[in-house]
Design a binder for this molecule. Structure first.
Ligand SMILES: [Zn+2]
Length: 300
């Protein structure tokens, strides 16, 4: 068995291992592991504009191998008390044979049937976030309304996207997102998705990438989506280029702005590709940031 197959099999074997629930004020937040994909890298996906040796050195210093890494996918369910709000939908049915696309099964295991989801918020339209919107040709969450960034929708649905390097992604948007447009609320900076959950622009990873600030009873959590996608490479060296960032310089500037704020305000954040459950804090270092995974802060 290859290492990749082993990682995927182990991940799919235990549904409950991929569910973590904690409270933010009155909000019940559940991080759900859609799956993990073992890949070659992190270089050159991370540190694309750096020598492989420089990336390897940073990883080894942090007890990580330089030739393989696991990219995890963590959608988030927020039960506000009046509505169940799902942030992103994982890779969906197409990835299930490979052990990914586990969001749906884990939501059920956590007690949330697909038809109980009231709102689906899309941080951006890359395939690992919109892949779970459809199930067997119909809506995966049949009673949901939808929320997305206006800029993201406008970019991906422009006819120019249907050729060239954006073609495959744009076709996925046409298949998975556009059918819900009539039932979709489009947000810009500072707009509320639901009461207590505010959209913030974090452009760069994609042209309209949005992050979400949760606040309830004075407690806060920032869902940073794909602002930083490797807990060492992206945070210790926020300026390094990342292949998955569509505008490398804008994404780096956004990383600095968002994580400066997370560090200064000492608030927890949850990143879609951080190690599961993806919740942590940020300390500013002389160069870049230190990721401090949450431990028992939410159990007190
Ligand atoms: Zn992603």
């Amino acid at each position: 068995m290859t290492r990749a197959a082993h990682a995927e099999t182990a991940d799919a074997a235990d549904l409950y291992a991929g569910i973590r629930t904690f409270r933010v004020g009155q909000f019940e937040v559940t991080a759900i592991r859609d799956g993990g994909r073992a890949m070659e890298g992190p270089h050159p996906i991370f540190g694309e504009n750096q020598d492989a040796e420089a990336v390897a050195e940073l990883l080894e210093e942090n007890f990580l191998p330089a030739d393989r890494f696991v990219n995890g996918f963590t959608p988030v369910l927020v039960n506000t008390g009046s509505e169940r709000v799902l942030f992103d939908t994982g890779l969906g049915a197409g990835a299930r044979q490979g052990g990914l696309g586990q969001l749906r099964a884990r939501l059920e295991a956590a007690g949330h049937a697909p038809d109980a989801i009231d709102v689906v918020v899309l941080t951006h339209f890359h395939g690992d976030h919109i892949g779970g919107l459809m199930e067997e040709g119909g809506p995966a969450f049949p009673n949901a309304r939808y929320v997305a960034g206006q800029a993201e929708y406008d970019f991906w649905t422009h006819e120019d996207r249907l050729s060239g390097p954006t073609e495959n992604s744009a076709r996925a948007v046409q298949a998975n997102v556009v059918p819900f447009a009539d039932n979709m609320m489009f947000l810009a900076e500072g707009d509320e998705a639901v009461a207590g959950i505010t959209a913030l622009e974090a452009f760069g990873h994609s042209p309209g990438h949005m992050i979400y600030h949760l606040e309830s009873e004075g407690e806060r959590l920032l869902l940073t989506a794909d602002t930083a996608n490797h807990y060492i490479a992206s945070l210790r060296r926020p300026d390094w280029h990342v292949r998955f960032d569509m505008d490398k310089e804008a994404a780096a500037a956004t990383r600095r702005r968002v994580f400066d704020m997370v560090a200064a305000e000492r608030i927890p954040f949850l990143g879609y590709h951080m190690p599961f459950p993806g919740v942590g804090f940020i300390e500013t270092l002389d160069e870049g940031y230190r990721y401090v995974p949450a431990s028992y802060q939410f159990e007190l």
